[in-house]
Design a protein around this ligand. Sequence first.
Ligand SMILES: [Fe+2]
Length: 301
Amino acid sequence: MTIAERRAGLACLPPITLDQVVDDPEAMRALARRSGPYEFPPRPGGFVWPTWHARWASGGALHLDAAEPLFNHPAFIAAAADMCGSNNVIPEALNVNLGTPWIAQPVMHTDMPLFRGIDEETVPGWFLQSMGTSRLFEAERINSITAVAWFYEGERGGFTFWPDGPAGESQGQIDMWNTAIVGDNDFMYHRVERIGPDAATSPSAMTTATVLDHDGDDWVVIDDGRELGRFVDRDVRLSISWRATVNDDDDASVSLAAVYDRMRTHLADGDLIATSVDDLFDEPSRQQLMHRWPGFLPVST
Ligand SMILES: [Fe+2]
């Protein structure tokens, strides 16, 4: 499989599963315990659910020296190179995610894609996802491969993915201890399953400022100095998300005006609600584009 085949209509590049990520997975949990506190990532609408994060690397720069073996992980880089048929794999980001018990995500999603000329500094994340799903901007896409690694021995917490597209059969990863899937996650829909026991609920009264930290004994959910919840280490799901760009020969970039024109041309004349780039991000336009080219889809169970 190649990026050219993906451009020709393949749902996504086939994922690669790794059965062992590091020699000492307990050391990864110890690193996470001592590297808090963790905050919520920015989420649209101020919605909160109990998964916190930290950026151990971003923009190609490592922020936590102890995470270097993961950032420059040879097997992640080799798998990304294999998937794309390119040796030009450049690690860009390393995020750590920590989740306390909660229901399965109600939607499957693709990750936020990257494009030359347009990024999350200039347009909303949902718009980037619509650009990606539309596949109208493949020449300007910055190819990106993601590895998600897990270090979790608690109940459930699996990962489901749709390598044949959202209407195809799903596959599930259920061994979450020191395993990883290197995936084309800007194209491959995926979701996190339930974490912990059935009917588990998140701590009440959480706000966008609620943090998660380890106090030497347990993981503690804290908001404005107040303890909202407490979890033993085993019950907190730890995953690491690694992202690399994979360069190809394209160097085309796209302006927002060109994005608008291409979307308008692709849809039947007059079908695009936005009348110019000025109202492209307004609510009616957002609704239309997210429906037409969704980055999120409901999961039928
Ligand atoms: Fe994702």
